[in-house]
Write a protein that binds this ligand. Structure first.
Ligand code: BMA
Length: 364
């Protein structure tokens, strides 16, 4: 008899199992479109009720909502981008109730010296593995993550399924868990320890886990630090547009190559393919959405793509009077790429809130 198609967590909650199966089943219905911190702030606003950057743009909420836990490990009130954790919990429930998908990253501090996730110290991973000097400290941080994730409950007590993507962009060299900061074996152990701790020790069963590299050139490079099919549900990567997209189409070629490899690895391992982060900061090419993003996806089988955050604070403190940064990855109102974004929106390639809700991702 064929094995039932289950997430890596064999005790996953019914809604989590349904999400996993539905994301796979509906791969050909369209790519779910996501945005980081969509409900929390934009270039010209912070914390407005019922506001969404995407909704401001197209009159519809995202299909995928990205959130970030950095500074939860410090017992902070605000995350590293100044989103209050209490509000984040409400935003997550809101997205779920709209039928959307929730994904969470964690730019955690370096547990050895307290510096940021971008610290270039080597040997940190070894110190948090069993037997290491910061093992217990690290587990106490994961305890805090477990408490937060366990608080994502609907009024009727149902836990919101979350795609957790810890230690993302592992093939890059900017985080303390990056390629040149630990060995492949250490990285795999780190993921195994973290996932089994959440799943088996803390008994969290509303999570799907993403393995999330940065840009890659081959299956071997992507898989070098893969912790195993018994832990991971989603194969994903982050890759952004840099340079002058109007003159240089290497982004389209590279993404096309990576999505081809990704969909084949996802099929081979019976996992879900996703593009966990992308964007072109301030979108200096007005046709980027159709000429680059849409073209790069082409006919590839892809569950979702998530565009990075708009504006916001990077202080990790209470939002100041009003001083968000002007960075943005979606078009702000009257931006030169807005018409092209709408063209992409109407292309039929992507699913937004209504498309995602119609799929009833949490139902059998
Ligand atoms: C990065 C930047 C930072 C932010 C971090 C975590 O890519 O956007 O400003 O603090 O992500 O969200």
């Amino acid at each position: 008899m064929a094995q039932p198609d289950l997430p890596a967590d064999k005790r996953a909650s019914p809604a989590t199992v349904n999400l996993y199966r539905n994301l796979k089943k509906h791969l050909d219905k369209g790519v779910l479109f996501g945005h980081q911190d969509d409900l929390a702030y934009g270039v010209h606003w912070f914390g407005d009720k019922n506001r969404s950057n995407l909704n401001d743009l197209v009159g519809e909420y995202p299909a995928v909502y990205g959130w970030e836990l950095g500074h939860l490990e410090l017992d902070a009130t605000y995350n590293l981008d100044s989103v209050p954790f209490t509000r984040m919990r409400e935003y997550i429930l809101e997205g779920y109730q709209k039928g959307g998908v929730i994904t969470i990253s964690w730019h955690l501090r370096n547990p050895v010296n307290g510096k940021t996730a971008w610290d270039d110290a080597k040997g940190v991973v070894k110190e948090i593995l069993p037997g290491g000097s910061k093992h217990n400290l690290y587990l106490s941080w994961v305890d805090k993550v477990a408490v937060f994730l366990n608080s994502l409950k609907t009024p009727s007590g149902e836990l919101v399924p979350v795609i957790f993507r810890p230690f993302h962009e592992l093939t890059g060299n900017w985080f303390w868990w990056g390629q040149d900061r630990c060995t492949a074996e250490e990285y795999k152990q780190l993921m195994r320890m973290t996932i089994t701790y959440l799943r088996d020790t803390k008994q969290l069963h509303h999570l799907l886990y993403a393995y999330n590299t940065s840009g890659f050139k081959s299956k071997e490079a992507f898989m070098e630090r893969y912790p195993g099919n018994d832990l991971i549900d989603i194969l994903s990567f982050d890759d952004y547009q840099y340079g002058d997209a109007s003159k240089d189409n290497s982004f389209v070629k590279n993404i096309d190559l990576q999505l081809g490899l990704l969909e084949s690895m996802a099929a081979e391992n019976n996992k879900i393919p996703a593009w966990a982060e992308t964007g072109y900061e301030k979108i200096p090419y007005s046709k980027w959405w159709t000429e680059c993003l849409l073209k790069s996806i082409g006919q590839h089988r892809l569950s979702y793509v998530l565009v990075w955050r708009d504006g916001g604070l990077v202080t990790g403190k209470a939002p100041r009077e009003f001083a968000p940064s002007d960075t943005h990855f979606l078009p702000v109102p009257a931006h030169s790429s807005e018409p092209d974004f709408l063209k992409m929106y109407f292309s039929g390639k992507f699913l937004f809130q209504k498309g995602a809700a119609a799929l009833k991702l949490y139902d059998k």
